[in-house]
Ligand binder design. Structure first.
Ligand code: SF4
Length: 433
């Protein structure tokens, strides 16, 4: 039976240890790491940077092959540090440990413990050690998902879909607001299914209305990981109406050909997808759509891929990520016939990214001369008057930035109006207006 962090602490971690974490993978994993550190701190351990720690937790990712490789490399690095006496204990947590803990324990006997992913408690508002800069935070409102996309192993790793109560999310956000946080990013595997378990209906719009009411310092509420088939008219209206809600939505579409959408088990058709995007565009003409696509799902023909290319060209998404299909153990798609050769998957990814670069350059250029509200993150290294910030169209860590010239001293968390003077492939530059 996989150990929890609680078990591990009781058994192995003498009081007052200096503990640090290396977090891999997505923002959801980061929140798990914050919760683990919160529990360790509550139990008297000192939370320090990983390179200062006696005990290092690596919070692993197991989404696709590439992520697993990075996780294993990090485990090996830590084992080396332990052998050289630089650190005392190595703990492996997160999705890779949840999924393959037993096999890994045989392979890496030097590791002190493999712990699973923390379970999200509906009511509880666990103490967290914030790992993001103080001016923005991630708020995880639900865990796992009940969609059974044929290429995805996450529901198998994360288990049952769980929504937190509106009260517990509001309480967490009120605490962040009181700390002076300026931006919250709402996350989950599928935030648009929020509440379908506990309230028997899609309740994200209802939650957002509560969050808008209780926040003073927080000026931006951003939505990440929406599932197209679960986006409601009420959600679109609430996003369009509430100034605090960023006119930005991250909504992985994965494909557009009906044949592939069916093979992926996405519960939406090409027609349904296009109607949804038109609705979002109509409600938020200045809004940004971030999405991702997968190339090379088994059975993807040149015709299917051709449809995807035309769709990307016609609908001009502001932010696009493309992944090659990764054959994941235990998923439906892994059993499918007509697996596409790696070379073809990669070639299709390259073609789609080239198409998108042209589109993205045009969209970036259209910002020159406009004025944007920018959240300052930090001063650019070695610069006297240039700062790095983000607009409401830039999610942390995954999108571009705005370089801001200012002869007035600025600090992280400041909002400034910036007149855009230059546009680059993914970034913008400008001067305080
Ligand atoms: S929505 Fe689909 S791709 Fe996303 S976590 Fe759920 S099963 Fe995986």
């Amino acid at each position: 039976m996989m150990r929890t962090t609680k078990d591990f602490q009781k058994e192995r971690l003498s009081a007052g240890q200096k503990v640090g974490v290396i977090n891999l993978g997505c923002a959801r994993n980061l929140v798990d790491a914050q919760m683990m550190l919160g529990r360790l701190k509550k139990n008297g351990h000192r939370i320090v940077e990983a390179d200062q720690a006696q005990t290092v937790i690596v919070n692993t990712c197991s989404f696709i092959e590439e992520a697993r490789r990075e996780s294993v490399d990090t485990i090996l690095d830590l084992i080396e540090l332990k052998k050289n006496g630089k650190i005392k204990k190595v703990i492996v947590a997160g999705c890779l440990s949840q999924r393959y803990g037993k096999d890994l324990a045989k392979e890496f006997p030097e590791v002190d413990a493999f712990v699973g992913t923390p379970t999200l408690n509906r009511q509880e508002n666990p103490q967290q050690v914030q790992l993001t800069p103080k001016h923005f935070a991630y708020v995880k409102i639900c865990e796992s998902c009940f969609n059974a996309c044929s290429f995805c192993a996450i529901p198998k790793i994360k288990g049952k879909f769980v929504s937190r109560t509106i009260e517990s999310v509001v309480k967490e956000v009120q605490a962040l607001d009181a700390q002076g946080v300026k931006e919250i990013n709402i996350i989950g595997q599928d935030i648009t299914a929020y509440g379908m378990d506990i309230y028997r209906e899609k309740s994200l719009a209802r939650l957002l209305k509560e969050l808008v009411k209780v926040t003073r310092n927080i000026e931006w509420i951003r939505l990440l990981y929406a599932f197209p088939a679960h986006v409601t008219d009420e959600l679109i209206e609430t996003m369009a109406r509430e100034p605090k809600i960023c006119k930005y939505i991250d909504m992985p579409l994965q494909h557009i050909s009906d044949h592939i959408l069916e093979e992926q088990n996405r519960n939406i058709t090409a027609q349904g997808t296009m109607e949804l995007i038109r609705k979002i565009r109509q409600a938020m003409p200045q809004g940004f759509l971030r999405t991702t696509f997968i190339t090379g799902l088994p059975g993807e023909s040149e015709k299917d891929f051709g449809q995807l290319r035309s769709f990307v060209k016609d609908f001009r998404f502001e932010r696009v990520g493309v992944f090659v299909y990764s054959r994941e153990e235990g998923t439906g798609a892994a059993q499918m016939k007509e697996q596409v050769p790696e070379k073809t998957k990669k070639a299709r990814l390259d073609v789609l990214m080239q198409d998108q670069q042209v589109i993205s350059a045009g969209i970036q250029q259209s910002f020159v001369g406009r004025t944007l509200k920018v959240l300052i993150e930090e001063k650019e290294n070695g610069s006297l008057e240039t700062y790095i910030g983000r607009s409401e169209y830039d999610a942390p860590d995954v999108d571009g930035v705005v370089y801001v010239r200012s002869n007035k001293e600025l600090k992280a968390g400041d909002f400034v109006s910036v007149k855009i003077t230059d546009a680059y492939e993914y970034d913008l530059a400008g001067v305080v207006a």
